[in-house]
Design a protein around this ligand. Structure first.
Ligand code: FDA
Length: 303
């Protein structure tokens, strides 16, 4: 309850104050800020996926600006020789305004990533986007089989079937690379599991399927129980190191992250950055007020 009250008050706080809360989770505003953070993470043994903040644009002009910004970011990141790939949210490129233009925008970005032999992960957004984001992925995958991946959310009841429907790519000898996470958006009970125990069970069920079918798995969680269960599966199936990685959000559970790196697991940190940090922070906080607890704690407890 208190978290909810604080979360709803956060958008009215001055930007400078909100930045104090947010900076632990956001690398900065510019590409140069994020390159600095990435180099530090690389030195610690972690890879990175860069995420320019912004989503749900209102006009296609905005989408065009974001496309150009992304293209520039990739060029700068490649010049800096950091160990990073890229994540993006299709609603930033106009998915809900015009899926065809969104496809053209994202295609240009994937093409640039492809020219550097790099990889774009399509984040999964709210359920109003799921169908279109899978279609976007399949179109891109046909042209750039090695340079594009998708995210699946364990809280969605449809996820297992969505993955089964994509097995055709695998059968045609194209590798599949999926990130599996719990899911962050508020979804109705008709389509989404609500209880942690059910979400975790589905997470494990899907991960088990990915391993058994030799699909590259990006295991995105800070949940120790799920991480242990993933490690048990990796050992059971003898999954080679080059067929999976763990992923965590920048600023979340850094000790657990370092422990996994120390134990030899491949780790990738999702690092958001950009001018849009204010909207991103307030939206995330409203969606999930329990994060407020972690943010406030982070003000007092040094990691
Ligand atoms: P859970 O929420 O149970 O958290 C486990 C523990 O982790 C908590 O007890 C706490 O200690 C710590 N923790 C978790 N979140 C924290 C936070 N914000 N601050 C501080 N501590 C925190 N979602 C989505 O819908 N689409 C997507 O594309 C992605 N992409 C994505 C990429 C990566 C790399 C990650 C790690 C996550 C996502 N997510 C996402 C978000 C994901 O769906 C989920 O909401 C969060 O990861 C939190 O879930 P956990 O699995 O960590 O478990």
């Amino acid at each position: 309850m208190i978290n909810k009250i604080i979360a709803s008050a956060l958008p009215y706080m001055p930007e400078k104050l909100l930045w104090i809360f947010s900076k632990k989770y956001i690398a900065g505003k510019s590409i140069f800020d994020v390159i600095k953070v990435t180099k530090k993470l690389n030195d610690e043994g972690s890879l990175v996926t860069l995420d320019l903040l912004g989503e749900y644009v209102n006009t296609l002009d905005e989408a065009e600006v974001y496309k150009n910004n992304y293209a520039e970011i990739i060029k700068q990141a490649e010049i800096a020789s950091i160990k990073a790939n890229y994540s993006l949210k299709p609603t930033m490129f106009g998915l809900l305004l015009n899926p065809e233009i969104c496809y053209q925008n994202v295609r240009e970005i994937v093409k640039i990533a492809n020219s550097y032999n790099n990889f774009i992960r399509i984040d999964m957004e709210g359920s109003e986007c799921t169908h279109e984001e899978i279609i976007l992925f399949t179109k891109l995958k046909k042209e750039f089989p090695d340079n594009v991946g998708l995210v699946f959310q364990a809280y969605l009841k449809r996820t297992y079937n969505d993955i089964l429907n994509l097995m055709d790519f695998k059968n045609r000898h194209s590798d599949l690379n999926f990130r599996i996470c719990k899911g962050i958006y508020i979804e109705p009970e008709t389509i989404a599991y609500k209880k942690k125990i059910d979400i975790n069970r589905n997470f494990e069920y899907i991960l088990n399927y990915l391993f058994r079918n030799d699909i590259y798995a990006a295991i995105a969680t800070h949940d120790k129980r799920l991480i242990n269960s993933a490690i048990a599966m990796i050992e059971k199936y003898n999954v080679p190191l080059n067929r999976y990685e763990f992923q965590m959000l920048y600023g979340v559970s850094p000790e657990l992250r370092r422990m996994l790196v120390k134990n030899g697991y491949k780790m990738r940190v999702y690092v958001p950055f950009g001018d849009n940090w204010f909207n991103y922070s307030t939206r995330r906080l409203k969606e999930n007020p329990s994060i407020v607890y972690h943010i406030i704690k982070s003000l007092f407890v040094k990691n």
